[in-house]
Design a protein around this ligand. Structure first.
Ligand code: FES
Length: 101
């Protein structure tokens, strides 16, 4: 699938670490959440509301909304538009979106 030419741990660059569900994911500062997940071998980030089908980031530019995840308790975050932060908690978004007032 997707692979970095040189993983962040293998270089002297700073590394950002965050949680995705029960996994620890490392990324480079400035990576989007979607890029960090894909290069870590994680492709499923949400499931559809009707059939519960798994979905993965597709356009990587904020158009398709296939990459929705929950970040630090906030649902409906586009993973391809959100920059990684050290210590953030990202979760798979399951089913229908919650509406907030
Ligand atoms: S991958 Fe299409 S909006 Fe994020």
């Amino acid at each position: 699938m997707f692979k970095r030419l040189s993983p962040p741990e293998a270089t002297n660059e700073a590394v950002v670490t965050f949680r995705f569900d029960e996994q620890t994911v490392t990324a480079r500062p400035g990576d989007t959440v979607a890029a960090a997940l894909l290069t870590s071998g994680i492709s499923i980030c949400r499931s559809t509301p009707v059939s519960n089908a798994p979905r993965a980031p597709y356009c990587m530019m904020g158009v398709c909304f296939e990459c929705l995840v929950e970040v630090d308790g906030n649902p409906n975050v586009q993973a391809c538009q959100a920059e990684v932060r050290d210590g953030m908690h990202v979760h798979t978004q399951q089913g229908a979106r919650r509406l907030t007032s």
